[in-house]
Ligand binder design. Structure first.
Ligand code: ADP
Ligand code: MG
Length: 485
């Protein structure tokens, strides 16, 4: 065979490498992966806006690297993706460190310590472009060294990325934007590594704030429904599957509800959660098994695979894309279907026994029946997506007013009104809830300046649907009752 060795020019390859489409958060997650692979128990991230014109520092107390290891590590394509990885290892292509770093900035400095000995290397892409050669610097520039600091303990690694042209969107973004990007990265790491933070006791912090894991399955919540965990073997590789159905919105506090919505909101958090070595790779849909829909949004299915299965699942360099192998689809489809069915049932539950044969069903219904029997009162569907959207736009005071108005609609709804004969002078029975409603009605109407005297309030209440079963004496009694307390 006649061959001729050709060396690709550095500059265009570089440009291509920088553009493989990392987002800042996936880039950082990839660098954190390396620290976890190096057995780190503590990973400290620092995002700096002022010094060095801004830099990102990722420090770990892992195994560190020898001279030879750091040299290989800085190679583009340090490892053959086909080699068998050690168990739990998150790396694959030997590209992550470089491509992730270069997607953020132009200079990557690595200082590492192993068995008490320091080693360092630096890629400066300005320099690479200038000479159009892959010239790796064997010492890092002084200003970078100054911010690197010492590595405590006998081993560990510090990664510093500066000349942050990409992270800064080719200009210097404002401080506020810089740190709101940092906040998004924090949220992402809390999600992607939630299991590792929770179980392996890995501590990750960003700018001195320790990350708290975000568990998409609400494992601690008493109202979740968990499917059975099943174990499978696909081409000799293990796969674990388990679904969780999250509680209906009516079972959650507002804070819980908002938190469970995660990065992208409830609808875009349904579906398959694919974990590789306990690190989340993919979420947010049912892949090509099913479409997303509102009724399935309570269903989240956890799938665990090992790094040995990478080629079957086509894990990409950025570890953000996977393709589910045909064999796995066969197993997952019925499990996912079961989870979706349960979610749908829970979303429907409240309207199930409404008017027989009614076509209006599901969580898009504005009205729901509060109990299973046909006598139970109707309530407004407080998990209706439009209502939830609206709540986000309102401040607390406005939300209170809206909720009160909706309550009036609820109790005044023609189907909820039960005619009760009125005895004029006798004080009728009333519930605590009714008492509260009368007071809130009075308060709100006075606040709005619509009604002023007690007499006006009582007159209004007597014609108000939902209160009209009370006689004048009772209303007067109720109104005075609390003011005495
Ligand atoms: N924080 C770190 N601590 C120790 N070794 C590291 C660290 N980061 C990277 N390395 C070494 O550099 C190599 C290349 O990393 P990377 O480019 O991300 O590829 P991959 O993770 O796919 O192996 C790793 O395999 C590892 O040996
Ligand atoms: Mg890696």
């Amino acid at each position: 065979m006649n061959i001729i060795l050709t060396r690709p020019s550095a500059a265009p390859v570089l440009h291509a490498l920088r553009s493989i489409g990392y987002k800042a958060k996936t880039a950082i997650a990839d660098i954190v992966d390396n620290a976890i692979d190096a057995q780190a128990s503590k990973i400290t991230l620092h995002f700096e806006y002022d010094k060095l014109n801004g830099y990102i520092k990722i420090e770990d107390n892992g195994n560190g690297m020898s001279e030879e290891e750091i040299q290989t590590a800085m190679n583009i394509g340090a490892k053959d993706p086909r080699t068998k990885r050690s168990p739990n290892e998150l790396g694959r292509f030997g590209m992550g460190l470089k491509t992730a770093s270069f997607s953020l900035g132009k200079r990557l400095s690595v200082i590492t310590k192993k068995d008490g000995v320091y080693h360092e290397r630096c890629w400066d892409l300005d320099y690479v472009s200038e000479c159009n050669e892959w010239n790796l610097l064997t010492s890092i520039p002084t200003p970078v060294k100054e911010v690197a600091g010492e590595i405590n303990g006998s081993s560990g690694t510090v990664i510093i990325i500066d000349k942050l042209d990409r992270y800064m969107r080719n200009k210097k973004i404002q401080r506020k934007t810089f740190f709101s990007k940092t906040a998004q990265i924090q949220k992402h790491l809390e999600f992607v590594f939630h299991d590792l933070i929770d179980n392996n006791k890995i501590i990750i912090s960003i700018n001195d704030v320790e990350l708290t894991p975000w568990d998409p399955f609400m494992t601690e919540h008493p109202s979740i429904i968990e499917g059975e965990e099943t174990l499978w073997k696909l081409d000799g590789h293990k796969m674990k599957v388990k679904y969780t159905i999250l509680p209906h919105a009516s079972k959650l506090t507002r804070t819980e509800f908002k938190k469970a919505g995660g990065e992208r909101g409830w609808r875009d958090h349904q579906g398959l959660y694919i974990y590789r070595e306990n690190r989340l790779l993919h979420y947010g849909d049912w892949r090509n098994l099913f479409p997303k829909d509102t009724q399935s949004q309570l269903a989240r299915v956890r799938i665990d695979i090992s790094n040995e299965a990478d080629s079957d699942w086509h894990v990409d360099v950025k570890k953000s894309m996977v393709t589910i192998p045909e064999q796995a689809i066969k197993i997952l489809r019925p499990i996912a279907k079961e989870a979706r069915d349960i979610s749908r049932e829970i979303s429907y539950f409240r309207t199930q026994s409404s008017i027989a044969g009614s076509k209006i069903k599901g969580s898009l219904n504005t009205w729901e029946q509060s109990g299973k029997d046909s006598e139970s009162p109707f309530v407004l569907n407080k998990s209706h997506p439009i209502y939830l959207e609206l709540l986000k736009m309102l401040n607390e005071e406005q939300a209170r007013m809206l909720n009160f108005f909706l309550k009036l609609i609820e109790i005044g709804s023609p189907v909820n009104i039960i005619a009760v004969p009125q005895l004029e002078d006798e004080i009728q029975n009333f519930t605590d809830q009714q008492l509260e409603m009368v007071h809130r009605f009075a308060e709100t109407m006075t606040q709005l300046g619509l009604l002023n005297t007690k007499k006006e309030i009582i007159e209004a209440l007597m014609t108000q649907p939902g209160f009209e079963m009370f006689n004048k004496s009772t209303l007067k009694y109720i109104l005075e009752k609390e003011s005495k307390e």
